[in-house]
Design a protein around this ligand. Structure first.
Ligand SMILES: Nc1ncnc2c1ncn2[C@@H]1O[C@H](COP(=O)(O)OP(=O)(O)OP(=O)(O)O)[C@@H](O)[C@H]1O
Length: 593
């Protein structure tokens, strides 16, 4: 990425702070001018002292000279301090506010991406977290470097050079000579570091992701006694990071050493040339101090310039990944504009193929309908493509071929917020947020009253259990059992009360009695809604108005429970297996007596 492109991308975030930026620049330019005061005062001091030494002691003149010098130096320091404080306050304000803006924008962008974005290997949680974190940190540093630091530093060096040339062209040329050498070494340093930096970025993302993964699966790790194995895996990543960091630092030490030599050579040259002029009576003794200090004013900003260049090169590496992430229009959910009050809720898939980003084809030429007011069930073996079909109907993914329709119009042409407001989902793995039971249920309708929350929990057969908890609805939801968490998700759905229900194994982790209670509640809410249910539990699909049978991504049969059973094939096999698993004949003998 070129500097111009980076500035163009950053400008929308910097623009809001251009007033503060201008003020910071003004202050730092004043600071650069003030930095030249000390060398001039020093030259004057040495020359004056030398002159005073040639004369008999005049106490009055001595105390006047000393107090004037003290006043000038102190005054300059106080002024410099004020300027520096102002500059730091302003640059911090710009930096931190811009970081917050960048973060807000990033979140707004990535939550609007399709699920396929998150399914990509390079976008796993830990990696994304690191990319956002490092990206924002480096970009804000770049803004500070580009807009707040570089110009005053250059001004400082330029003012000092002008003063040196003004005193003596020969000394000026010597001081200037060091700069290209310094720039050459710095450029070499940065070029050598580029690949190491990329490696470090990749390994850091992998490390964050591996740590997330480890903490997420700690139960499995422990149950399989895989602590040692996990330690080894984490160690490999850590070693790789460690090696790259060492290489990075070693290269820096080497080049920093070379630059230090170049700088010292510069000082020696300036010193020698100045001494030559002094001994030839062409300069005062004070010029030695003046030139050395002015040269320091040239070389110090150049030294910092390298730090900036270095940080900038690092930032470019992170900026590429960061902007790729937040400008990824391929995964941006294209929101349509269609909304309607004349909502029927007829969802259909027409000749749909669907391939996941990793290349796995989950659906082939699927055509199905969810009719308004009816219950449609999807049945099939594990991996048949049922949840994938639901993902398309919910608009989480776009089909690869064919169309997904809502009331005859492409689903994509609808305002996605409008569709999602009207669709309720209960999934196999329902996410429970860190927070109380009450907060988690209320997520279904943020403005719900306490009574509405309780009513929803009651319908989801959760209320009585919550009452038995010491902290009731204020209990941390993640501390509940899997089945209780499932009921929170169902209560959320009841609270939302949408006209379309998409249910993927809604009672997967519930006991038999709760399953029956939930089924009754769901049966009650199913009335007059468009319902899709996916379940391996035959009691939940038998009553469906229409059942689709999926096998390896294809619809291989459709009809009612009775008609499909009579047709034989996979559906019949599934039902028969269910009956055998339940040991129906023994159950019937026991239950019916
Ligand atoms: N996020 C994903 N990325 C890549 N492939 C996926 C993804 N999710 C599912 N698949 C694959 O797509 C195929 C269909 O999966 P899907 O989850 O739709 O099946 P299912 O019928 O719902 O299965 P189950 O009854 O076990 O939930 C499977 O082969 C699965 O491995």
């Amino acid at each position: 990425m070129s500097t111009f492109l980076l500035i163009r991308k950053l400008w929308p975030f910097v623009r809001n702070y251009r007033g503060s930026l201008a003020l910071a620049l003004f202050l730092t330019t004043i600071g650069a001018l003030l930095a030249q005061v000390t060398p001039l005062v020093m030259e004057y001091t040495v020359n004056t002292v030398q002159n005073l030494l040639k004369k008999p002691i005049d106490k009055g003149e001595v105390s006047w000279v000393v107090s004037t010098l003290v006043a000038i130096l102190l005054g300059k320091e106080v002024l410099s301090l004020l300027v520096q404080l102002g500059q730091k306050f302003l640059s911090d304000r710009i930096r931190f506010r811009m970081a917050a803006d960048l973060y807000d924008y990033t979140i707004q962008r990535i939550v609007s991406y399709h699920l396929s974005f998150f399914a990509l290997n390079q976008n796993q949680t830990g990696k994304l977290e690191k990319r956002i974190d490092k990206g924002i940190e480096n970009l804000t540093k770049t803004v500070k470097n580009l807009f707040v630091d570089i110009i005053p530093m250059m001004a400082n060096a330029a003012f000092a050079l002008v003063l040196i040339y003004n005193k003596n062209i020969g000394v000026g040329l010597v001081a200037t000579l060091v700069l290209p050498v310094y720039a050459y070494i710095s450029r070499e340093q940065t070029n050598r570091q580029k690949q190491i930096r990329r490696n470090i970025q990749d390994v850091r993302e992998n490390k964050a992701n591996a740590l997330f993964g480890l903490l997420e699966s700690i139960l499995v790790v422990k149950s399989f006694v895989r602590e040692g194995y996990e330690k080894g895996r984490q160690q490999d990543i850590n070693r790789s990071l460690c090696e790259n960091e060492i290489r990075h630092h070693r290269t820096n030490y080497l080049f920093d050493g070379l630059k230090s030599v170049a700088e010292q050579m510069g000082i020696v040259l300036v010193f020698v040339v100045t001494i030559y002029f002094v001994l030839n009576r062409q300069m005062s003794v004070g010029a030695i101090l003046l030139h050395i200090m002015l040269f320091n004013n040239v070389s110090a900003p150049v030294r910092h310039l390298h730090r900036i260049y270095d940080e900038y090169s690092e930032a470019l590496v992170y900026a590429e990944g960061f902007f790729d992430m937040i400008e990824n229009n391929t995964y941006l959910h294209q929101r349509g504009t269609l909304t309607t009050t004349n909502w029927k809720g007829h969802f259909s898939l027409r000749n749909v193929d669907f391939v996941y980003p990793n290349g796995k084809q989950a659906l082939r030429n699927v055509t199905l309908d969810l009719e308004p007011g009816k219950v449609t069930a999807l049945v099939g073996l594990s991996g048949a493509g049922k949840s994938s079909a639901l993902n398309l109907l919910a608009g989480f993914y776009d089909s690869t071929q064919g169309s997904v329709l809502l009331d005859g119009q492409p689903l994509a042409s609808y305002d996605s917020d409008f569709v999602r407001e009207n669709v309720g989902l209960v999934l196999q793995k329902n996410h429970i947020f860190a927070g109380t039971i009450e907060e988690n249920i209320r997520y279904g309708k943020l403005e719900a009253t306490d009574e509405e929350v309780i009513e929803a929990a009651r319908k989801a057969s959760l209320h009585d259990q919550v009452l038995r908890l010491p902290e009731g609805y204020k209990t941390e939801a993640r501390s509940l059992s899997g089945g209780q968490q499932q009921r929170i998700a169902i209560a959320r759905l009841f609270l939302k009360n949408p006209p379309v229900l998409l249910l993927d194994e809604p009672t997967a982790s519930l006991d038999a009695i709760t399953t029956e209670q939930i089924k009754e509640s769901l049966d009650a809410v199913k009335q007059n809604r468009t319902v899709l249910i996916i379940s391996h539990n035959i009691s939940q699909i038998m009553d469906a108005d229409k059942i689709y049978v999926l096998e390896e991504g294809e619809v291989i049969g459709q009809g009612t429970h009775e008609s499909l059973y009579q047709d034989g094939g996979l559906y019949r096999n599934i039902i028969d297996s269910n009956a055998r698993t339940l040991n129906i004949s023994r159950l019937a003998a026991t239950v019916l007596g």
